[in-house]
Design a binder for this molecule. Structure first.
Ligand code: ATP
Length: 234
């Protein structure tokens, strides 16, 4: 579905992605792992059109993405839940969810999708009139993912969904990631928590200073001594 071939991209004069090739196939959860600053967030931003591709190819369902605007890319069905949640803190839970559907006009289907989000995250229903900025960290993360789902994505990019969450919530968020995937949405998952990410993912890539250092099935990566030493705490 999603294919990157030799993607070079970055900020200013530096190219922090130095020729990335990766793919996400239908039905998959693919983990993108790596140390701080390796380029994981930049990879997602490049897919979403927020960082320009300098070299290489990028396509989704056979459509080239590298000259499209972020709006056009979202319109193709690529949903991006950014790191740090980026909610509208002075808007309510409901209003934030509405904004996730801003490219859509199908009111009835939007209402259905809102119900589905409330089904995944019952706490959001209870707090639907509360301002997003007053939610707990975990609730905010759920709202961010819920907002991403309101765009009816065909592919979901998740940037560090477990960041800053208590262990119990981390478990919950990963469960939801699995549920979303089982409902048919492929996911490209950026995570610091490599152990959890490899538990839910089908395949993974290890990014080191802007290049793919390793790729494989989640099981192979989790069993690899180098990966264990560098990313799984030995
Ligand atoms: P982290 O886990 O810390 O978020 P990451 O793997 O997601 O790391 P990126 O955020 O993609 O890494 O950053 C890759 C490199 O690009 C880093 O060296 C970072 O300092 C640099 N960088 C990121 N954003 C910008 C920006 N807006 N302007 C200039 N350089 C940036």
């Amino acid at each position: 579905m999603l294919e990157l071939t030799g993607v070079v991209a970055g900020y200013g004069r530096t190219a922090c992605l130095k020729g990335i090739s990766l793919e996400v196939r239908a039905g998959e959860i693919v983990a993108l792992l790596g140390a701080n600053g390796a380029g994981k967030t930049t990879t997602l931003m490049t897919i979403s059109g927020l960082v320009r591709v300098r070299q290489g190819g990028l396509s989704f369902d056979g459509v080239r993405l590298d000259r499209l605007s972020p709006e056009a890319i979202a319109g193709l069905g690529i949903g991006h839940v950014p790191e740090g949640r980026r909610l509208f803190s002075r808007l309510t839970v409901l209003e934030n969810l509405e904004l996730g559907a801003f490219l859509r006009r199908d009111r009835a289907a939007i209402a259905q999708d809102r119900e589905r989000v409330f089904g995944l995250f019952p706490v959001l229903r209870d707090r639907r009139t509360q301002l997003a900025g007053t939610l707990s960290g975990g609730e905010q993360q759920m709202l961010a993912i819920g907002r991403g789902l309101m765009g009816r994505p065909k592919l979901l990019l998740l940037d560090e969904p477990s960041l800053g969450l208590a262990p119990k919530l981390v478990q919950e968020v990963f469960q939801v990631i699995t549920q979303i995937n089982q409902a048919g949405i492929p996911i490209l998952l950026v995570e610091q928590n490599a152990r959890m990410a490899l538990t839910v993912a089908h395949r993974g890539y290890i990014l080191e200073t802007g290049a793919i250092a390793m790729a494989g099935s989640a099981g192979d990566l989790a069993g690899n001594p180098q990966v264990q030493a560098a990313y799984l705490g030995g």
